[in-house]
Design a protein around this ligand. Structure first.
Ligand SMILES: [Zn+2]
Ligand SMILES: [Zn+2]
Length: 93
């Protein structure tokens, strides 16, 4: 048994973060999620089919589509509110 030093293999990744310019950051980093500049930026592709825009919005849609879907959501909520205006049930207690 020797006092060997434990060698941690130096694995690095290339940052997959896509910049606003459409280029990949591609910097070497220790984290598969990306370099420390972008690691914490949650970034997903727009959920709209056919749209390849990357987004950081919590809606998972790019700005253009997020607007569209937010509007839809708003409309939906209004509709639900209307439905709730029906005959009221007496809450059980
Ligand atoms: Zn990066
Ligand atoms: Zn989109």
């Amino acid at each position: 048994m020797g006092g060997e030093k434990k060698v941690t293999p130096w694995n690095f990744y290339y940052c997959p973060y896509i910049l606003r310019t459409g280029e990949v950051c591609n910097q070497r980093c220790y984290n598969p999620k990306g370099c420390k500049v972008y690691r914490d930026s949650r970034q997903v592709a727009c959920k709209e089919s056919g749209c390849k825009e990357m987004t950081r919005s919590k809606y998972d849609y790019c700005d253009t589509h997020a607007k569209k879907h937010r509007l839809k959501e708003h409309y939906h909520q209004k509709k639900l509110a209307k439905q709730a205006d029906g005959p009221k049930e007496i809450p059980l207690k």
